[in-house]
Design a binder for this molecule. Structure first.
Ligand SMILES: [Fe+2]
Length: 204
């Protein structure tokens, strides 16, 4: 008898909200209006090479700026709790708290290089507007730096054995992962804006 065990797996949580049309419309409208009014955010985006607009460097109070963000938080809190259960987090009497949340408007041709989210336990993004051809999210096998002599995977490799996995979300989808998982937004090949809301949960 022989068997192959699957160990040290990496989970990515996907939640699709089919009735999110009105929520998405509100988020898109708010995003476009903030991008116009938020001069500090526009400056931050430019100085930090963000191709479009992000409120990451300017707003710390996004949740109270429009009701759609408070509504989104409710959905995300439920999904974060589900994900925490899936990955068997033992929070030891503590809890997961949404730590920061920010808007992203990615222009055509824009991308965001690979990164992780330090000081957080769960990170993710909710997609409000995803035009055809818009950027997928690319996840990287966290063991990649240790694979010096490993052969590449063949074309038939399932997603859980690949070194890179691309997920192309639709509007109304939230993706969540553990914050140490490196990810990257590949080039936006759509000729329209891709609008999303990213967030971190902290353990406290
Ligand atoms: Fe990120």
């Amino acid at each position: 008898m022989s068997e192959t065990l699957s160990l040290f797996t990496t989970r990515v949580h996907r939640a699709v909200f089919p009735k999110a049309g009105a929520l998405n419309d509100d988020i898109v409208a708010a995003a476009l209006s903030f991008a116009e009014d938020d001069e500090a955010g526009r400056r931050w985006s430019e100085e930090n090479g963000y191709p479009g607009y992000t409120s990451y460097g300017s707003f710390t109070d996004l949740l109270s700026r429009a009701p759609c963000f408070a509504a989104l938080k409710k959905l995300l809190d439920v999904e974060a709790a589900r994900f925490a259960k899936t990955v068997h987090f033992d929070l030891g009497g503590g809890r997961l708290r949404l730590d920061n949340i920010w808007l992203n408007i990615l222009e055509p041709g824009g991308f965001h290089a690979g990164h992780i989210h330090p000081h957080s336990v769960i990170s993710g993004t909710y997609y409000a507007q995803v035009p055809d051809g818009a950027s997928a999210l690319k996840f990287e096998d966290p063991r990649l730096p240790m694979m010096m002599a490993a052969p590449p995977r063949d074309d038939a490799a399932p997603a859980d054995l690949r070194n890179f996995v691309y997920l192309a979300p639709t509007a109304g989808t939230a993706l969540m992962w553990e914050s140490w998982l490196r990810h990257e937004v590949v080039r936006n090949d759509a000729d329209d804006l891709r609008i999303s809301v990213s967030f971190n949960y902290r353990w406290e």
